[in-house]
Design a protein around this ligand. Structure first.
Ligand SMILES: [Zn+2]
Length: 231
């Protein structure tokens, strides 16, 4: 466990609801242990509706409100939204700048984000925005955020270099760290239910969600690929 002053976690997700699906259980456990948990959402969430009458501006506002409510239910301290277009996230200097800036500001011990593999467990294709977010976040952690020669204009704005100590990747083909979320699984479903525009309000979702996190031995788990950064 890190010293209390560095018990800070940052979830970097492509879309509203991604970080919640991947890591809400562990985020709630950390928050209960006194950690400050922050969320950074890399796109504007302007996609993801079958409602033809929905405008993109309204959808962006709705999905941000849903993420704020989900963060409240998880006990997260804050959420920040970037303005990159949903579905078109590109790995460029601007995105790296945005993520590095946030890491230097929040100064997390642990960063949680998407795995970068395109095919996950031979069962689904990992969205391009997810892969870009994961790749840019890993690069932001190492080496960019820690080196003072990267984005020096941030230093002039008071954002000092920062070393992240632990990375956790969700939806990984190579999990090596599992968290028993049995005590918080109902609260995780409640947090996800805040994303009404995505999951609806129906009972089917709760059944689907419980099933998805249930291991063969009956425990509810979140699994991550964990990387400790020793230096
Ligand atoms: Zn997503």
């Amino acid at each position: 466990m890190p010293a209390p002053e560095s018990a800070i976690a940052l979830v970097v997700a492509a879309h509203p609801d991604d970080g919640d699906f991947g890591a809400a259980g562990y985020c709630m456990i950390l928050a209960e242990q006194g950690w400050d948990v922050h969320f950074l959402i890399c796109t504007n969430g302007a996609k993801g509706t079958a409602d033809r009458t929905m405008s993109r501006e309204r959808l962006i506002a709705i999905r941000r409100d849903e993420q704020r409510e989900a963060c409240r239910r998880m006990g997260a301290r804050g959420v920040h939204f970037l303005d990159n277009e949903d579905g078109e996230l590109a790995y460029d200097r601007r995105l790296l700048d945005q993520i590095v800036r946030h890491i230097r500001k929040v100064r997390p011990h642990t960063v949680l984000t998407h795995d970068t593999d395109q095919i996950v467990r031979n069962s689904f294709i990992n969205h391009s925005d997810h892969r870009v977010t994961g790749a840019a976040t890993l690069d932001a952690v190492y080496p960019t955020a820690r080196d003072h020669l990267n984005f020096p204009e941030q230093l002039e704005q008071g954002l000092e270099p920062h070393k992240v100590r632990e990375i956790l990747l969700w939806s990984s083909n190579h999990p090596n760290f599992e968290v028993d979320i049995g005590d918080v699984v109902e609260r995780k479903i409640l947090a996800l239910s805040a994303h009404v525009s995505q999951v609806g309000g129906d009972e089917d979702f709760a059944i689907f969600a419980r099933d998805r996190w249930k291991a063969d031995d009956g425990r509810y788990l979140e699994r991550f690929r964990r990387i400790e950064l020793a230096f």
